[in-house]
Design a protein around this ligand. Structure first.
Ligand SMILES: C[S@@+](CC[C@H](N)C(=O)[O-])C[C@H]1O[C@@H](n2cnc3c(N)ncnc32)[C@H](O)[C@@H]1O
Length: 207
């Protein structure tokens, strides 16, 4: 493994196994094989759970990291990931047209990386899932998107992630009445405060 790969990964994996537990809990709940992770930076923990992951990032450090194929395979193997993982990396702005077929992914991941759902839901299969947190207002955008419906929440307690489908009507209720369009949320990259705050949400693509 290249020293730069080891350094970037050590920095990303400061809470060892945290993301592994997250992605494994998600796959256990929603299944699937192929994941798309726009704004991934170097979070290859998605490959500890999903056999095929396409990572997208614009950061200048990411092409070097993902070019160390042997180093990445070594990390995935040491974390007990699936054998012969398929990894693709696209160095791009996910808001631009990418060389990806529409409706091909089982899971779309949006964690701390801007309005991913607005630009990348088109790559998700109908019936596929979006994992998204409140960062940059992406949950608010997803909740306004007619192609998506809330299908679960991911709760975190002492580093243990669980997916729940109970009482979904009690989530996504604003603390105060708000009038915000998707355009405004996308521009400001700030969302809505809700009465309940799970770690993340799972939406299903329905159209
Ligand atoms: C705060 S990091 C989060 C990384 C990772 N998702 C995680 O949770 O550890 C946000 C990443 O999103 C990337 N990013 C933000 N906007 C982007 C865009 N429009 N296209 C591609 N990458 C983007 C940044 O380059 C950065 O690496």
């Amino acid at each position: 493994m290249k020293p730069a790969t080891a350094r970037l990964w050590a920095d990303q994996n400061r809470h060892p196994d945290d993301r592994k537990r997250l992605f494994r809990a998600v796959r256990e709940a929603v299944g699937g094989e192929k994941a798309l992770y726009p704004g991934s930076y170097v979070d290859i923990a998605a490959s500890f759970a999903y056999p095929s992951v396409t990572y997208v990032d614009i950061d200048r450090r990411t092409p070097g990291f993902f070019s160390d194929v042997a180093g990445i395979d070594e990390i995935i193997e040491s974390e007990g990931g699936p054998p012969e993982p398929e990894i693709q990396f696209i160095h791009a702005d996910y808001r631009d047209e990418m060389d990806l077929e529409p409706e091909t992914f089982d899971l779309l991941i949006s964690l701390y990386a801007g309005p991913v759902s607005a630009y990348c839901t088109r790559y998700l299969k109908v019936g596929g899932s979006l994992l998204v947190n409140r960062s940059h207002g992406d949950v608010a955008l997803a909740s306004m998107d007619d192609r998506l419906e809330l299908a679960g929440v991911v709760t975190a307690r002492a580093g243990d992630y669980r997916v729940s489908t109970k009482d979904l009507h009690t989530y996504l209720n604003p603390k105060k009445p708000v009038e915000m369009s998707a355009e405004v949320i996308k521009e400001r990259q700030r969302g809505i405060g809700y009465t309940r705050s799970p770690f993340a949400y799972l939406f299903r693509r329905i159209g």
